[in-house]
Design a protein around this ligand. Sequence first.
Ligand code: ARG
Length: 265
Amino acid sequence: MKKAFAMLLSLALLLGAAGAMAESTTITMGTNAGFAPFEYIGDDGEITGFDVELAYLMAQEMGMELVIEDMYFDGLLAALDQGTVDFVMAAMTINDERKEAALFSTPYFNASQAVVVLEDYEGIQTVEDIADKKVATQDGTTGYFMALDTFGCDASNVAAFKASTDCVLELTSGRADCIIIDDSVAQNFLQNFDGLKIVEGLEMPLEEYGIAVKLGNEELLEKINAALQTLVDNGTYDEIYAKYFLAAEETEGAEETAETEEAAG
Ligand code: ARG
C-alpha cells in the first residue's frame, strides 16, 4: 500500500516536472490573423503568413515551441501587458504611443498606408481629398488614426472594423469611398477582390513593423532580436519575403515587379 502510494507520488512529481518543462519551452505570440499576407487563416485552417512563418523559425532559433493566440488587433498590447501572450507580431507599426506601452524589436518590415477605392472612382487625387470622404479602416490601426489625425476626417465618417476584410465590403457596398490600410494588405485585396484599385501618387509616411514584448522584458527582446538577425543573416528572411511578396507580382507582369524593386531598394 505504502509502496503504491510512493509510486503514485513519484509519478505525480514526474508529470508535474514534465508539465513545467513543457511550459517553459513554449512561447506565446499574440496576433490578429485577418491581415493577409502577414497573418491569416490558410486553406488548411491553420494560421500562416509572413509574420507567422518568421515567428515559427524565430521560436525554433530560441529553442522554444510557438503557440499562437489570435485576437482583435486593438487588444494585442493589453494582452501583452497582462501576460496572456509573450510577444506580439501582427504587422504592428512602431510608433511613439505604442512605445509607451511595449518594447519593440528592430524593425523587420517597411510599409506605408495605401488608399483603396473602386476601379472607376476618381474622387481622391491628393491626400487633402480624403478629409470629406467616408473611410473604412481596421480598428486600432495606424490607418484609422491617420484618417482622423492626419487627414482630418470627421469621426462620424470613419468606420473601424475588427476584421480588415470587412473594409472591402464597406467599399463595394458603397458605404465607404475608400479604405485606408497597409500597402501590402491593400495589394492583397486587389489580388482577391475584383473592381478595386490603389490610388497612386499619394505621399504617405514610412512605417516600420516591429515585434512587441512587455515593457521591462529586455531579456526576451534581446533573444528575439538575435533570432531575427540570424534569419536575416542566413538568408531565411529573404526566402520568406520572396515567397509572400515577390511570387504574386511575377504573375502580374514585369512592370509592377520593377516598381516594387525600386520601392524596396
Ligand atoms: N500596421 C498597422 C498598425 O500597426 C496595421 C496592423 C494591423 N495588423 C493586423 N494583424 N491586423 O496599426
